[in-house]
Design a protein around this ligand. Structure first.
Ligand SMILES: [Zn+2]
Ligand SMILES: [Zn+2]
Length: 242
């Protein structure tokens, strides 16, 4: 990854942005085509809200996601610089800590990210911040796969903050971080699917599109990302729509 920094800055930024945009289009586009276009009638009963989101909403989600991805590519550029300078807890040989640690490090990243997401999410729901940081995401009351990264730029920066937390906190291998980032993108898109797909719920404390749909309708409940543990612990979990 360090060798990427040999590419002149602007081209590297463009390259990172293109990779992010391509991944966004694939990760959001495939479920969108599956559920909202070709399977629109077949999966009608699984739709969490009766209406399909309007085209205007989807375009707005795409616009704000593109701004988010510009911020993310700038952040990744900076993180690569830190990596090259040796500031982070990166290690290069998997054998250094072994495969069990490699797997464990990914699980740890998810657990840390779940706590980070929950508390940042609670923070940006505080009345002094909500209007400036998080209201925009809540304008998408009927979420779609395209809304997973439709944030105000301030919120994009906060969501990106998990990457340096992980880079400085946990000894990490390049591949583990790539897997972790892929999980973030996939899971964030999953909870915004807008469809209740029971087969994708594998354990009780897993956060699902249904749980996150409750959050988009009633912002007092369900702040979690991967799990509902923090919500259950803090009394902010609800299964019912208002
Ligand atoms: Zn959301
Ligand atoms: Zn929220």
């Amino acid at each position: 990854m360090e060798s990427l920094l040999n590419i002149p800055s602007f081209y590297l930024w463009i390259l990172l942005l293109l990779v992010l945009v391509l991944r966004y289009v694939l990760v959001a586009g495939i479920p969108y085509l599956w559920l909202y276009v070709f399977g629109k009638n077949k999966y009608k009963d699984l739709k969490l809200q009766n209406e399909l989101p309007e085209k205007k909403q989807i375009l707005k989600e795409m616009k704000y996601s593109l701004i988010t991805l510009c911020i993310y590519s700038s952040g990744i550029w900076l993180f690569l610089y830190w990596l090259k300078q040796g500031y982070t807890r990166n290690y290069t040989e998997i054998n250094e800590f072994g495969w069990p640690y490699f797997m464990f490090s990914i699980v740890l990243m998810i657990i840390v990210h779940d706590a980070y997401s929950y508390w940042i999410h609670r923070l940006i729901h505080h009345k002094s911040l909500f209007k400036y940081v998080h209201l925009l995401h809540h304008k998408f009351k009927n979420p779609s796969p395209w809304s997973a990264f439709a944030f105000h730029p301030f919120e994009s920066l906060l969501t990106l903050g998990i990457i340096p937390v992980v880079m400085f906190l946990i000894p990490w291998h390049n591949l583990a971080l790539i897997v972790f980032i892929t999980i973030i993108i996939a899971y964030d898109t999953f909870v915004h699917l807008g469809y209740n797909i029971k087969q994708l719920k594998v354990f009780k404390w897993q956060n699902t599109p249904k749980d996150h749909d409750v959050h988009h309708r009633n912002s007092k409940y369900n702040f979690g990302l991967y799990f509902t543990c923090w919500d259950r612990l803090m009394g902010t979990y609800s299964t019912s729509n208002p």
